[in-house]
Design a protein around this ligand. Structure first.
Ligand SMILES: [Zn+2]
Length: 127
């Protein structure tokens, strides 16, 4: 399900020139091929009105219209069951990718501070 949304988001990025790609047109055509017609039609209607067709959901709030979304909608999105539209602005809702946990870096033993003193910079020796 969410594959469509991923494609829609990519399409939107191209439509709104958020990404400058050399072959944007052919990429758009390809994305459009992946997205079911009814979804595209709705997306196009929004874009035609100068709106973005897909809004990210952040903290249960639609970033398109800043309305809080019903928890049921969030749940459906989280379970990836169905595509959801924002009740307020009619955009497709896409959960913002969860912030990836910071990569666990191996704890490097603190390097002993280098003892070498900084040499005095010879500021006055103009070259
Ligand atoms: Zn909205």
């Amino acid at each position: 399900m969410s594959d469509y949304l991923t494609d829609l988001l990519k399409l939107q990025a191209l439509d709104f020139n958020e990404r400058s790609e050399k072959n944007a047109e052919s990429q758009k055509a390809e994305l459009r091929n992946h997205i079911p017609k009814p979804i595209l039609a709705h997306y196009d209607r929004l874009v035609a009105r100068g709106k973005k067709g897909v809004a990210l959901v952040r903290n249960q709030v639609c970033t398109g219209c800043h309305m809080r979304l019903p928890i049921g909608t969030i749940n459906t999105l989280m379970q990836d069951q169905d595509i959801q539209l924002c009740d307020s602005c009619g955009r497709y809702l896409c959960l913002e990718a969860p912030v990836p946990a910071p990569a666990v870096e191996p704890v490097v033993a603190a390097k002993p501070a280098p003892k070498t003193r900084k040499r005095k910079t010879l500021a006055h020796t103009a070259v």
